[in-house]
Design a protein around this ligand. Structure first.
Ligand code: M6R
Length: 359
């Protein structure tokens, strides 16, 4: 039920702080430790490489997961598009473990991979929003996203919930492996900061409505750029925009702009820089300036500690690895308002289905 909301998408964007808190309640015990199935943890510990399999937005959450698992658990991790992995499977490591990310648990492309790896005898975890969904039943283990029903075709709260659950699994595995990065990472506390940071953003909806009106509604192209984990979020930000506004948009690794995409920049083309990683912040700023010199309209979404007076959207500071949980929120809201202002069907965009059950 969308209650008093005009669209499910807006409600689901607003649900995100509560989902973050629910995940802390669900997966942490009273002592503040993570409650993970012990067989699952043993399987994860035995693995020499994690393969995250997903489609669309869930794949983008997987790209963030790569960084989370590598940083916190020190285990090599690869995210793959399910439809590619199914028919062009890479050479696997000696002891692979598979993680399926799927809001619906019904995506046919992911099911194809799960069937194949199950036949090969490999174990798997499905992280899904739908208990008893096909991917949940067919995997060895399931963890739930606890996000509540997601009805809008454009996925929002499932994405942030997937990243949070990946962080929980990565911390648990890292602790089991004895990594300092995991034991020193105060995840429950951080997810509380994330919830507050999301709330601060969704409380300023008029800011994003104005950005949509002034800089997006009349455009035919848009670019989100970033490096590392910000690049992963750029891909999701761009998907959100194209799905519901039909504006052509691309997420580009900031350093790649000058190798091609910069040719598309025209007067007024929006280029949004995502800047949450201290190591690469100044490089991304230089890449933004290169597009501005070709006439683009640049905007920045920046963590407070990296921000200056010229930045447009400031995010509360959280651990850099969890920044995607905040960075995506302005992009979700800008897409929502652009779609609304263009008079489009926000919750049911053309040509798309909520659950894609054909390959
Ligand atoms: O249910 P799933 O998470 O497996 O769905 C995967 C994609 O079809 C889905 O994320 C799609 O890209 C959404 N429309 C994104 O907003």
């Amino acid at each position: 039920d969308k209650g008093t909301y005009p669209h499910y998408m807006l409600k689901e964007i607003d649900d995100q702080p509560a989902v973050m808190r629910k995940l802390v309640q669900t997966y942490f015990n009273d002592a503040g430790e993570i409650d993970l199935d012990s067989d699952l943890l043993a399987d994860l510990k035995a693995a020499d490489r994690l393969y995250i399999i997903a489609a669309g937005t869930s794949y983008h959450a997987g790209l963030v997961g790569e960084r989370l698992f590598e940083r916190l658990a020190k285990i090599p991790t690869e995210a793959h598009v399910a439809s590619e992995f199914a028919y062009n499977t890479p050479i696997l490591s000696a002891k692979p473990f598979f993680i399926f990310l799927s809001q619906s648990g019904e995506t046919a492309d992911s099911r194809e991979v799960l069937t194949n790896i199950g036949e090969a005898g490999y174990h798997s975890l499905t992280i899904t929003n739908v208990q008893n969904s096909t991917l949940s039943r067919e995997a060895t283990y399931t963890m739930l996203l606890e996000a509540g029903p997601e009805i809008a075709v454009a996925s929002t709260k499932a994405y942030t919930a997937q990243i949070a659950v990946e962080a929980i699994v990565a911390k648990a595995l890292g602790e089991a492996n004895g990594t300092d990065a995991a034991s020193q990472f105060e995840l429950a506390n951080q997810l509380g900061l994330v919830a507050n940071g999301i709330q601060a953003l969704v409380d300023q909806k008029e800011v994003f409505e104005k950005i949509a009106q002034d800089n997006f509604v009349d455009q035919h192209d848009a670019f989100y750029i970033g490096r590392g984990i910000d690049y992963a979020v750029s891909l999701e930000a761009s998907l959100k925009l194209k799905e519901i506004t039909y504006i052509h948009s691309e997420g580009v690794a900031a350093g790649e702009l000058k190798h091609g995409p910069i040719a598309l920049i025209e007067a007024g083309t929006p280029v949004i820089g995502l800047i949450t990683q201290s190591k690469t912040a100044s490089l991304t700023r230089s890449n933004l300036a290169e597009t501005a010199a070709r006439g683009s309209h640049i905007m920045t979404i920046v963590s407070k500690s990296l921000a200056n007076v010229h930045d447009d959207i400031i995010l509360e500071d959280v651990d850099e690895t969890l920044a995607p949980l905040l960075t995506i929120i302005p992009a979700q809201l800008i897409s929502y308002y652009t779609s609304l202002l263009k008079g489009l069907d926000v919750d049911k965009p053309r040509n798309l289905a909520k659950s894609v059950t054909v390959q």
